[in-house]
Design a protein around this ligand. Structure first.
Ligand SMILES: *Cc1c(COP(=O)(O)O)cnc(C)c1O
Length: 341
């Protein structure tokens, strides 16, 4: 295998066009077989449902090179399941799980030269997504859909070392009760853009969203779930029907319990109790865990004892164990690693 001539260490998180992407079309009530294509552009009608009414959902996962030189992805079956839930909630036809795994496999294999080497910290980010493509002007679901999956290499998340984040308790809401917070709808991101631009403008890295009904409970950030560590080393994650079920967070809870022997709790977390936690992290595919150093609630600063210089000790253990499992340095639970090459 000939790796592309890319400076993996200095790669950021941006779109770089790769050679092949997968496209499948849904028409007359069925999916075609789909195939790889060189064409990175999409031509659609001006009145396509996705353009008018944002009928679209997506997924995100990574491929990387393990210690022993294989190319793998991490739990793609859970991305397939989650895409199915998103489709069902958005009145879209589901994209079958076996076809999803096959598309992941085909795209990674066809772009194998873009998979960063072991130890670089860089990865090949995969973006599966689906949208209503035929023209729809009266509000209703589309009849025709396109599923696509492209790959783009992304650099190490913690370039130049770990920097704990400062986050703001937001006055905006991310997801309504009984809304679409628990699925990966493009629309969830569209309405979070103003909130994140505002937070950045004020000097914060991220928003902490609360439950919109009572504004007393912690939900998540715009694109990552929270993990908290109590002073007696319990791992706590908020429970709510409007949180997006992060695959990273669910995996970290297993790692905490089965690999590190820690007590884990998924329960409601009150804003009021975060001052009592020892550590806080944000989990998602991009960073695995980003440590949080400070949470600001309308001028009141809550400084986590783990500080602004490094990950807290438990967060670090969780991070090292899960990334070790992903990179083939630590034995994975059965079915977590999908080998492509
Ligand atoms: C994608 C996403 C996450 C992270 O999920 P992973 O499966 O761990 O990548 C968390 N929150 C939101 C809102 C998301 O869209």
């Amino acid at each position: 295998m000939m790796s592309k001539n890319i400076d993996w260490q200095n790669l950021g998180f941006g779109y770089i066009q790769t050679d092949k992407r997968f496209v499948a079309n849904y028409k007359n009530g069925e999916w075609d077989n789909g195939s790889l294509t060189d064409d990175a552009n999409i031509v659609m009608n001006e009145c396509a449902c996705v353009l008018q009414y944002a009928q679209t959902c997506f997924e995100g996962l990574k491929a990387y090179t393990t210690k022993d030189g294989h190319i793998v992805t991490f739990r793609p079956d859970l991305n397939a399941d989650r895409l199915i839930s998103s489709c069902e909630r958005l009145e879209m036809p589901v994209f079958p799980k076996d076809k999803f795994i096959d598309a992941v496999t085909q795209v990674v294999a066809a772009n194998a030269d873009y998979v960063p080497p072991y130890g670089s910290g860089a990865t090949l980010y995969l973006r599966p997504y689906m949208f209503g493509i035929n023209s729809v002007i009266g509000v209703k679901p589309a009849d025709e859909y396109q599923f696509r999956l492209f790959a783009t290499p992304v650099g190490p998340y913690f370039k130049g070392g770990v920097k704990p984040l400062t986050i703001k308790v937001s006055d905006f809401d991310r997801a309504a009760p009984h809304g679409t917070g628990n699925i990966k709808a493009g629309a969830n991101y569209a309405m979070s853009l103003h909130a994140i631009v505002t937070a950045h403008h004020e000097g914060y890295d991220e928003n902490m969203y609360l439950d919109p009904a009572t504004r007393t409970k912690v939900e998540e950030t715009g694109g990552a779930n929270f993990l908290f560590i109590t002073k007696d080393n319990k791992v706590v994650t908020p429970k709510s029907d409007s949180i997006l079920p992060s695959i990273t967070r669910r995996s970290l809870m297993v790692v905490a319990k089965d690999y590190l022997g820690l007590e884990v709790e998924e329960r409601e977390v009150l804003l009021e109790e975060i001052k009592d936690f020892a550590e806080c992290g944000l989990c998602g595919t991009a960073a695995v865990i980003s440590p949080v150093g400070k949470i600001v609630d309308h001028g009141k600063e809550i400084c986590l004892p783990s500080g602004m210089n490094d990950m807290g000790p438990v967060t670090k253990k969780l991070y090292e164990t899960l990334t070790g499992i992903q990179m083939g340095e630590i034995e994975a639970p059965h079915g977590w690693i999908h080998r492509i090459k």
